[in-house]
Structure formats: structure tokens, C-alpha cells
Design a protein around this ligand. Structure first.
Ligand code: ADP
Ligand code: MG
Length: 700
């Protein structure tokens, strides 16, 4: 993309922070560490909450948990030492209540200041103490006994902390930055017609309101993030992300790709399958074929719940590439998954005379040299592997289709790295990305604006739904009996251990303990263990043994892999299920119910359950629909958790909340179309304003 030079006017926001008074090299360094380089970055550092110092609340009217400002005279001071130093200051304002200010750290000078008879104004959140309400470490100021006191005339913003920059300093810097807010087109990037049609304030009005709300502002509305001024900022932020992804897509599609059409191989493969495609698979396959037939590269995400049959669709797409005399590659995030794909694809393709190559880290020496040779010569028509496919010495003769499974485990860069394996200067491969994490439509629209999305939203026929039971942990002994019984009948089971402390070590220890208990309780069974502390090879070995039915019961932490298919496993126990998020519970439960036997999933919980936890477990019991679960999860936890923000390379929003603000998406798409069409200069500036510094942050 070429950058349109910015007009000089636009530079107010790009003024370096060193132009502000109070920003020496040291403060500048602290700010830079958090991605703040310009005055404009401070405009977008938005308050987390507000404190209302515009009024004084009589002590008698204070309510526990409600922040307030009070004024009173010190009535008594007690300095003590109970395990740690303690200063208690009782103040009185004659309104009939009592209030104690409590300090745990304080200096001698402070004690001297707070003598009986001193008049104070302080701000904080009262909580019940030993003798009435208390405020711990209030902010306070001494007042002159005689002079009349002045109140603030607007709400005080409280900013997210920046390490090494005090809150007062930060507030002053933001204030100075705001004083430099320009008027008109130097700041406002959205065309006036759009602002009018949406009935939102200008950026200047919005920023001034959010940073300096007037004293009659509705704090409750501001706290909900739904004030029109906030909506204006959210709109622009979401627009910036949308534009950035759309731009990326335009850049990718500026390349050419070889059009691919299904021929005899694709037909033969489809005819040889032991089943007919489901309606959803057929529909998605049609989407894919349409993309492949074009001269520009396909960029398609296929999402479908575990077991929905994504692999077949990928295989048929690969067949089309091979029909065209070119190569296809499929990359999976773990060796076990890649191996499983290699097995399936070999079983489908080799009888049709197609050669399938396998490449992973552990393919070494002569074998590796041979595989690399086959990939380079084109003798390998389909290549299946792990990250190893992206290594520098892997060269394809003519890669026309790059398929990436379980997208979340790969970053965007890795997706592109595989694509680049097929770039020959004039053409790039088509890309097909598959994910088992159902993504709510709203989230997909914003997170994957660079991809087209198809959903396989139907399971193949003949699956018996997994029955989900929620049980108190007290009933563990009964459950152990049930496992004994199931395994005696040749079924296999998972026992998943989770803990609130997510450190690998603690969870591994808990899994080890559970393993030992179960070994003692179930002497006749073959029991295995996998956890994150084990060597990769040992983990794979245990998983493989389970897959080959050499183990009856597998005790595991949540490391058991996404996508691993053990059709004979029909019982899963998840301990402390109340501590897991919905997406994770759903993924785990997807490990069972992959065969024809009736399967069950037992969610064990520790009482008492929080309201949120109860809601999650209820959702799990009620539905198996991954999309419904994902919508619920988005509402309960927000998009970061759902997408694994770090792994997707998706920047966090400063302000927007997809669950709350999804209704803005249609407008954002509309504005996006208009701007991309006619105002590339504005697109550049909007992306730069909101994401430029986030990109710097990521690089730091
Ligand atoms: P996922 O979407 O989780 O990757 P897979 O592609 O591994 O699912 O498919 C799960 C299982 O369903 C496999 O054993 C596959 O052969 C089988 N399968 C896929 N499509 C169909 C279908 N249309 N009818 C019956 N079984 C199918
Ligand atoms: Mg799969």
C-alpha cells in the first residue's frame, strides 16, 4: 500500500510527547514502554472510571461500597501497631454518622498533619469496619478552617495506570494533550454526512466529554460504556480494526492465483467416500470451489464444530489442486493431529494413485532429504505436516493450495508463511483455513474481515448426542464405579483435571495425584496420564496408546489435544468444571461422541457455585450447539478469551466490546466500503490513529 502523505494540519496528534511540559527522558521512556509516543496516543488513553468530587456527601448519608467525597474535622487519632503499623483517624461533620480513615503506611509528617481539630476533605469508598464505616487509604487534602472551599466542576477521570508515571502526572499530561486538540478536519476523519446519519458527536466533542465529563454527567451510563460520546469512539475504533483487516485482504488479493477446477480426481474421491456429504459440507465445498475457480487467491475460513467433517472438504479442495497438475499442502499445529490427517488422507488418496508426503520435525536425515526432494520435484502431490512445512529448506515445485487446520494455534504470520511457500513472483496459493472453535457471527465479521467465512453447521448423521450430566464432587465414588463398569464393557474414558491455579506445575501435580488415586481405586484398569509437564514425546506416546486402545482410562489436564479422534472413547469426566470457560468445556466435550456408542460427559463441580458458573454448566447441559455456546461465551467473557487474542495476532480493543457494541457492525461495514472506495487517505489515518501505536506496543 502506498502511503498518502498527511497534510501538515493533521500533525497535531503526531506531536511527540516530549513537547509536553513534565515529559523528560525518564517519563518519556516509561510512556514509550507502553506504546505512547505522541500527543494523539494520550487522547486515546481513556478513563477507566470517574470520581465525583463535585459534591460533598454528609457522613450520615454514606453508603458502603459507594465512592464519595466527605468533609469533616478530625475528632480522634489512634496510632497503633497490630502486626503492622496502623493509623486510625476518626472524622466528624456533625451529620450524625461516623467515619474512620485507616492507614497502613504513613509517614511521621502525615501523623503530625492529621492532628485533632484539623479540617479535611477526603475521597474514597467506605466499607463496614469495626466501629461503623471506614475508608482505607483515602485520598485527602487539608482545608483551611476559615476560607470557603471550592468544589470541582467536573468529574475526575481515573486513568488506567502506567507503570512509573504517577496518576497525578498522567492526568496532567492527558490534560495538556487535550488542550492541543485541534478543530475540524485536522482531527475529524469521519465525513460529516456519516456523523449526521449516525447521530453521533464529532471526535472532538466525544473526546472532551469522555475525558472531562461535566458535573451532571450520568456516571452510571458512562460506566456502562454506552454514552453517545463513548459510542462515537467505539465506532471509530472498530472501524479502524475493520479497515486494517480489509486493507490486508485487498493487499493479499492483489496477487494472482492459478484458477483450479475439480476434475476426475475430485470426482473419484467423492465417489469413493463411504458416506455422502452432509448438506452443510456440500454447501461449503461449493463456496470453496467458487473461490478456487477465480484468478485471485481464495482466503476462506471454514468453521465447524468438532466432528462436523471439515477434513473431507479440505481433501476435496486438495483434489481440485492436484487435478490441475499442482500441489496442495495441509499443516496442523501438533504432530499427532498432523499424523491423523496424514493417515486419513493417505487412506483416501493413495488408492487413487496420488502420493501423499509426510513432514514433521522428527523426520530427519535421509528420510527428510528424500521428502524434501519429492516436495521440490512435485512427485509429492499432497504434503501433510506440522510447522516443519514452513522451514526455509522446504521448497514446493508448484504449491497451489495451502490448507491450515486449527487456525487458532497458528498466528497470522504462520498462515502467510505457508502461503509464501507457493509464491513464485506472479502467483500465490489459495488459502483454506479450518477451525473447530465456532465463532459467533458478530465476532467473525470483525475478527475475520480479512477472510471469507463458511460454516459447516450440521453434524454427519448417525451421531448420538453426548449426554451431559452435572454432578457435585461428593458423588465421585459413584462415578468411579460407573467408569469401572463402562471400561469393563470395552469403552474408554477420559478424566480431565483442572485447577484454578493454571500454572503447569500445580495442575500437573493434581493430575498426578488423581492418577494415583484412580490407579488405587480401579485396580483392573489400564490407566494413562498426560499433562503439560511431560516431554512432548511422552505425551504423544500416551495419547497414541489411548488411541490404539492400549489404555482404558486417560487422566489428563486440558492439554489433550483439539481434534484428536478416539471414536471408542465415550465417557468424559471433567473435574472442577465450574472453573472452565464455555469454549473450553465445549472443546473438551467434543473429544467424546465421535463414535456410534452413546456417550456421556460428567461435569463435576465443587460447591458452592457462583451464579456465572451455574449459568455455564446449565448451558453445557442444555445445548451441544457450538455456535449457541460461543454466543453465550462471548457475552459472558468477551472476545479476547474466545479467540486467544495473542495467538491470532488480533490487537485488543481499547474501548470497544464486541458483545456490547456488535450493533455498530453494519454501520461500520457500510462506512468501511465508502472509505475504501473513495478515501484511501482517510483509511490510512484512521488505522494509524487507532492501531499504529498498538502495533508499536506489540513490537516492544
Ligand atoms: P472435524 O471437523 O472435527 O475435523 P473430521 O473431518 O475429523 O471432523 O470428521 C469427523 C469424522 O466424521 C471422521 O471420522 C469423518 O470420516 C466422518 N465424516 C465426515 N463427513 C461425514 C459424512 N458426511 N457422513 C458421515 N461421516 C462423516
Ligand atoms: Mg479436524
Amino acid at each position: 500500500m502506498t502511503r498518502t502523505p498527511l497534510p501538515a494540519l493533521a500533525d497535531a496528534g503526531l506531536t511527540p510527547l516530549s513537547a509536553l511540559s513534565g515529559v523528560g527522558p525518564k517519563v518519556a521512556e516509561k510512556l514509550a514502554a507502553r506504546g505512547f509516543a505522541t500527543v494523539g496516543d494520550l487522547w486515546l488513553h481513556l478513563p477507566r472510571q470517574y470520581e465525583d468530587r463535585t459534591r460533598i456527601t454528609p457522613i450520615g448519608h454514606l453508603r458502603s461500597g459507594v465512592p464519595a467525597q466527605v468533609e469533616g474535622v478530625v475528632e480522634a487519632v489512634e496510632k497503633g501497631f497490630r502486626r503492622r503499623p496502623l493509623l486510625r483517624v476518626a472524622i466528624d461533620d456533625g451529620s450524625g454518622g461516623s467515619l474512620v480513615l485507616r492507614f497502613f503506611h504513613f509517614r511521621a509528617a502525615q501523623v503530625a498533619q492529621l492532628a485533632v481539630g484539623t479540617r479535611l476533605r477526603c475521597f474514597g469508598t467506605p466499607r463496614p469496619g469495626q466501629h461503623g464505616l471506614e475508608i482505607v487509604h483515602p485520598s485527602y487534602r487539608l482545608l483551611d478552617r476559615e476560607a470557603p472551599t471550592v468544589l470541582d466542576d467536573r468529574l475526575d477521570p481515573v486513568y488506567p495506570l502506567i507503570e512509573g508515571v504517577g496518576p497525578q502526572v498522567l492526568r496532567r499530561l492527558v490534560g495538556q494533550a487535550l488542550d492541543r486538540l485541534p478543530q475540524g478536519p485536522a482531527l475529524e476523519l469521519l465525513p460529516g454526512a456519516i456523523l449526521e446519519s449516525l447521530e453521533v458527536p464529532t471526535l472532538r466533542e466525544a473526546l472532551l466529554y469522555v475525558h472531562r465529563p461535566p458535573c451532571d454527567a450520568d456516571i452510571g451510563l458512562l460506566a456502562s460504556g454506552c454514552h453517545p460520546a463513548q459510542r462515537r469512539l467505539v465506532l471509530e475504533e472498530m472501524l479502524a480494526h475493520h479497515l486494517s483487516l480489509r486493507r490486508q485482504r485487498i493487499a493479499l488479493q492483489a496477487h494472482r492465483a492459478h484458477p483450479l477446477r475439480p476434475g476426475p480426481l475430485a470426482s473419484a474421491l467423492q465417489a469413493a467416500l463411504p458416506f455422502a456429504l452432509t448438506g452443510a459440507q456440500a454447501r461449503v465445498y461449493r463456496d470453496v470451489l467458487k473461490d478456487l475457480a477465480a484468478r485471485r487467491p481464495m482466503l476462506r475460513l471454514v468453521q465447524g464444530d468438532v466432528g462436523s467433517g471439515k477434513t473431507v472438504v479440505a481433501a476435496l479442495a486438495a483434489a481440485a489442486a492436484i487435478d490441475g497438475g499442482r500441489q496442495a499442502a495441509l499443516m496442523a499445529p501438533t504432530e499427532l493431529l498432523a499424523e491423523q490427517h496424514a493417515q486419513n488422507l493417505r487412506a483416501w488418496f493413495e488408492p487413487l494413485g496420488i502420493s501423499v508426503a509426510w513432514l514433521a520435525g522428527k523426520v530427519t536425515g535421509r528420510a527428510r532429504t528424500r521428502v524434501l526432494g519429492e516436495i521440490a520435484s512435485g512427485a509429492a502431490q499432497l504434503v501433510v505436516g506440522t510447522h516443519a512445512l514452513m522451514q526455509a529448506n522446504v521448497a514446493f515445485r508448484d504449491l497451489a493450495l495451502a490448507i491450515v487446520d486449527e487456525q487458532h494455534r497458528f498466528g497470522v504470520h504462520q498462515r502467510l508463511a505457508l502461503r509464501d511457500k507457493g509464491a513464485d513472483g506472479t502467483h500465490v496459493p489459495h488459502q483454506l483455513v479450518m477451525t473447530a472453535t465456532p465463532i459467533p457471527r458478530t465476532l467473525a465479521m470483525s475478527a475475520y474481515a480479512d477472510l471469507d467465512v463458511s460454516a459447516i453447521d450440521e453434524l454427519p448423521p448417525g451421531r448420538t448426542p453426548v449426554q451431559t450430566v452435572v454432578l457435585s464432587a461428593e458423588r465421585r465414588p459413584e462415578l468411579i464405579e460407573r467408569i469401572r463398569h463402562a471400561c469393563a464393557q470395552g469403552r474408554q474414558a477420559y478424566w480431565v483435571c483442572t485447577l484454578i491455579d493454571d500454572s503447569d506445575e500445580v495442575v500437573a501435580q493434581a493430575a498426578q495425584t488423581t492418577f494415583e488415586q484412580l490407579v488405587a481405586a480401579l485396580p483392573g484398569l489400564r490407566i494413562g496420564l498426560v499433562h503439560g509437564r511431560m516431554k512432548a514425546a511422552d505425551k504423544q506416546e500416551a495419547m497414541r496408546a489411548f488411541k490404539d486402545a492400549g489404555i482404558d482410562l486417560l487422566v489428563a489436564t486440558t492439554v489433550i489435544e483439539v481434534g484428536v479422534d478416539v471414536p471408542n472413547a465415550s465417557l468424559m469426566v471433567i473435574e472442577n468444571a465450574e472453573r472452565l470457560g464455555l469454549a473450553q468445556l465445549h472443546q473438551l466435550r467434543g473429544r467424546v461422541g465421535r463414535g456410534t456408542a452413546a456417550s456421556s460427559c460428567v461435569l463435576l463441580y465443587q460447591s458452592p457455585l457462583s451464579r456465572m458458573a451455574r449459568e455455564r454448566l446449565d448451558t453445557m447441559r442444555r445445548t451441544a450447539d457450538g455456535f449457541e455456546i460461543a454466543e453465550k461465551d462471548l457475552a459472558l467473557r468477551g472476545p479476547g478469551e474466545l479467540l486467544g487474542t495473542r495467538q491470532t495476532g488480533l490487537a485488543e480493543f481499547r474501548l470497544a466490546d464486541l458483545a456490547r457494541d456488535a450493533d455498530l457492525l453494519p454501520a461500520i461495514h457500510r462506512i468501511g466500503d465508502v472509505l475504501l472506495d473513495s478515501r484511501p487517505d482517510l483509511v490510512e489515518r484512521i488505522v494509524q490513529r487507532w492501531i499504529g501505536s498498538a502495533a508499536r506496543y506489540a513490537a516492544a
